[in-house]
Every structure is written in C-alpha cells, then in structure tokens.
Design a protein. Structure first.
Length: 201
C-alpha cells in the first residue's frame, strides 16, 4: 500500500499538496487522471523518492521504482541501444536488444534520439523504464504521440509486466485499455475527486 497522510508540498507560493491524503493499492495498472498542472507529476516524483514532502507522511513498500518522465529524458549522445543498456548491468546487450524489439525499435538500435520521431523516442523511453526492472512502474503519459495501433501494443506490454504500474493519462480510452482502474484529481493543490472502482468506506 502506498500511503499519503496530511501531505504538504509547495514550490514558492504555489501549494501542490495541502493536507493531502490517499491510499493506493498498487496492483496491476492504476491510472491517474486530471487537468494538466494539477500536481500529478509532482505526486509521481514524491513516490519515486525524487522530491521530499515538506509536511505529513508518505510510505511505500517499493524500494526500486522505475520512472518514465513526461519528457523523454533520453541521453542524446547515446544510440537507442546504448540508452537502454545504460540501465542494465554492463555488457547485457542481449536484454537491451530484447526490449528494443519489444517496443518495435530493434531496427533503430544504432540511431540517436535526434534521428528518431517523437513516437519512437517515447517508445525508447518506455523500453528503458521497463528494462530497469523496477518493483513499481511510474509512467507519466507513456502513450504521448503514439497512434492507436501503437497505444494498443504498448498498453499490452505494460499490463503484462509483473510489477504494478501507476500511469498518468488524460484519455478515458487509455484508462479502459489498461484495466479501468483510475484515480481522478483536480488542483492545484492536488485533491482526489473520485476513484474507480470506488473504494469501500
């Protein structure tokens, strides 16, 4: 169980979390949905251990989360193969190739990020996050820039992983594709407006 209790976090005068509480049973895929700028990405970064709370409590049983940022965050001086290999044990090229093949980029293994389309870079970022082998997947808009066929393919890959996943998306179709579990937010400051399926009182 990932748990926030009376959490607070501000950037200057902007309150992102204000007395925020939420329990997340991370199993399978759970989607986070809500307006841009409401605080979902900040919540992800707290879960990933990148940003500490300024007040309240946060607890999580996951010690090795894998985070796919909203931006691709690829290393421009490395090829596609090298970008994936960077999160693997040194010399494990076979696993890197397997992940590139999984997302349909094996033939682009020698290409640099600048030589790839936006959708290809998104899939490369996903391959790198999955290759990392985290015990929790935090995927911030993983389908951005992908056509419907590729969304179907990438969603199938994500839901086949043994690690639970938390996924930011603005699309009702993507939520349904990933299993229909979602937490809906408004903000800032971030607040839960509904959950589906609804939690028992």
């Amino acid at each position: 169980m990932i748990s926030f209790r009376n959490a607070s976090l501000s950037f200057g005068e902007k309150k992102v979390l204000d007395n925020f509480s939420l329990d997340i049973e991370a199993s399978g895929a759970t989607c986070f949905s809500g307006p841009s700028g409401s605080g979902k990405t900040t919540l992800f970064r707290v879960i990933a251990g990148l940003i500490p709370l300024q007040g309240g409590d946060f607890s999580s049983p996951y010690k090795k989360p894998a985070l796919m940022f909203q931006e691709d965050r690829l290393l421009p001086w490395l090829t596609a193969l090298q970008n994936v290999s960077a999160v693997l044990p040194e010399g494990d090229t076979a696993s890197a190739l397997r992940w590139l093949d999984e997302v349909g980029l094996k033939n682009e293994r020698g290409a640099y990020p600048s030589e790839l389309s936006g959708g290809m870079r998104r899939r490369l970022a996903l391959a790198r996050a999955l290759a990392y082998g985290g015990d929790l997947l935090l995927l911030d808009e993983p389908f951005k820039g992908l056509d419907k066929a590729l969304v179907l393919q990438m969603a199938s890959i994500i839901t086949s992983q043994s690690a639970p996943s938390l996924i930011v998306t603005h699309s009702a179709d993507e939520i349904e594709l990933l299993g229909g579990r979602a937490v809906y937010f408004e903000g800032p400051p971030l607040r839960v407006i509904s959950e589906f399926p609804h939690r028992a009182p």
